[in-house]
Design a protein around this ligand. Sequence first.
Ligand SMILES: [Zn+2]
Length: 214
Amino acid sequence: MKIQKIKNRSILFTNSLPAGWDLNVQLIMGDRYNYIIDTGLGSLSVAPIKEYIKHDNKPIIVINTHHHWDHIWGNSSLRDCMIISHKLCREMIESNWEEMMQKYNQYLDGEAEMLLPNMTFEKELYFPEDKIRIMYTPGHTIDSISVLDEVENVLNAADNIGDTIGELIPSLGCEKDEYINTLLKYRELDFDTCVSGHNIVLEKQVIEKILSML
Ligand SMILES: [Zn+2]
């Protein structure tokens, strides 16, 4: 597990299990809450984050960027927390859980039980105490959301950025136009650093690059 401080209050935990396939979980340590963006492959994906904040007793807010297995299997290690997702994400976790568990079982890292988001939204959520904005941004999937830290200007675009530098365009779960609209929305936001589900830490210009490739 690689632990990388990307800004003052933003830490990126990167798991390379299996080798060559990175998976990022972002922690934002706000004034009021600690935010954990995605929960990885199970209890062992979450353990290093819990360890990192073990002396910090602020309440934790968990955010699931979309319903895919590699972003939600650690949810059950964060019981008693607010777990936020898009409304569709909650439905899709519930209907796809068994199939994802069977199909990708070899990647399970520790334990995982289905723990559904307990706070869902459709367009946007905002936490003014920490200036954290959570937005509906369909693209990679129809339930994809993104998180903007307005204090440190970091966008977590999750899997709306492809997995590697050589593959910046992700697989799409919606119409291409809808994905382009999401990219145009990103363009309007104020950020300089872009975190995603599997890629390295990028700069804002990656958005222009993807737009020019489409
Ligand atoms: Zn995904």
